[in-house]
Design a protein. Structure first.
Lengths: 118, 254
């Protein structure tokens, strides 16, 4: 999920929407310091929308809690959502152009056609 | 190469360049991915030092991550990798690394996003200077101001200050030396474990008789600096030779 929160489309299209056909769960060691430092980099609204679109069990509050560092429950949810869900099959969709980037075996294919390259 | 095929030449147009890279870089890596990965497991110490210099939680992009040998050297870094070879990326996914498929001249990430980037042994597979410049511009674009990148490329000079690199000291027996064809535009087939005769060449994978030839543009001293001098907001922090490779660390300035 984290990677999909960072990728962009052909031009400015960012963040991308996710359509998932197959989601896998992996287990990643919880690193509190790490997740605390990663959170400010995240496009929170996009992540929250993705969690809803994918129908994950976790739910994220409408806005990020103010005291993130003290909110262990929130940190653990973010850890799970960002690092423990892997989209194995599906697509990333550019919000501007509608261009679809397929995800196959967990690898988003972001290659552009020659005509798309400026 | 069959005897009837015309010799390959150094590309002069964009379409020639991308065709050459498709045939002699992308397709070859997809074919050799597993074998390549089995022989490329040892991280270079100075790349590891560079990555460990970043604070916890730093977001780092590995441009041309290959089998991902730098993707898990620290649990404190958020490493994301990209590569042009799907075969190599599949190996990364088996190891649960975060990767995506793209071309390094068009990296689909926002501007000013990453704290750091590495691009290890990648640029020497790009076949025109213009394309090497656009790949470096992409790395500068995606770095945050203050972010740093380490770039390494294979050096044409495999012997510096009378010291031979590991690559040519591993030379098992004397090899025939090709004539100097530098003045022609032909891509010569390099004799493995010998000094390079010219910058643009085809390097056989494994055995000299091997049909799988990878395109290389080996860099001369100061060539990376020269390309970077065409890009604004770049400040070179360190530049060195590491066992037959030219390496540069630069910062994106505000």
């Amino acid at each position: 999920m984290l990677t999909s929160n960072i990728l962009k489309g052909v031009t400015r299209g960012f963040p991308l929407k996710i359509k998932a056909d197959k989601v896998e769960n992996v287990s990643v060691d919880y690193n509190r310091d790490f997740i605390t430092r990663i959170i400010p980099r995240i496009e929170y609204d996009a992540l929250r929308a993705a969690v809803n679109d994918l129908g994950l069990n976790e739910s994220l509050p409408e806005t990020m809690p103010e005291a993130v560092q003290q909110d262990d429950e929130f940190l653990k949810t973010m850890h799970k959502v960002l690092l423990e869900y892997e989209i194995e099959e599906g697509e990333l969709i550019c919000p501007e152009t509608g261009r679809k980037f397929p995800i196959s075996k967990g690898i988003p294919n972001m290659l552009l056609q020659e005509t798309e390259v400026s | 190469m069959s005897s009837t095929a015309p010799p390959l030449t150094i590309p002069t147009s964009e379409s020639d360049a991308s065709q050459l890279e498709e045939e002699h870089v992308h397709k070859v890596y997809d074919k050799i991915a597993i074998n390549f990965s089995d022989t490329r497991y040892k991280p270079w110490p100075r790349v590891v030092d560079f990555l460990r210099s970043f604070p916890c939680g730093s977001l780092i992009l590995d441009v041309g991550c290959g089998n991902g040998k730098y993707m898990n050297i620290s649990n404190d870094l958020m490493m994301i990798g990209c590569d042009r070879s799907e075969g190599l990326l599949k190996i990364c996914r088996d190891r649960y690394f975060q990767v995506f498929l793209c071309d390094c001249m068009n990296i689909p990430v926002p501007t000013n996003m990453f704290d750091g980037a590495i691009c290890i042994a990648v640029l020497h597979h790009i076949s025109t200077e213009e394309r090497r410049l656009s790949a470096l511009k992409e790395i500068v674009r995606l770095l945050k101001p203050g972010g740093q990148a380490l770039i390494t490329v294979w050096a044409k000079e495999q012997e510096l200050d009378n010291k031979k690199s590991t690559y040519i000291t591993k030379n098992a027996k004397a090899c025939p030396v090709h004539g100097n064809t530098e003045t022609k535009n032909e891509l010569i087939i390099h004799t493995p474990r010998t000094e390079f005769q010219q910058s643009d060449c085809l390097v056989p994978w494994n055995k000299p008789t091997e049909k799988l030839l990878r395109y290389y543009h080996v860099f001369i001293k100061d060539e990376l600096e020269h390309i970077l001098s065409h890009i604004s907001r770049v400040k070179i922090i360190n530049s060195y030779n590491d066992d037959g490779n030219w390496c540069i660390i630069f910062m994106k300035i505000a």
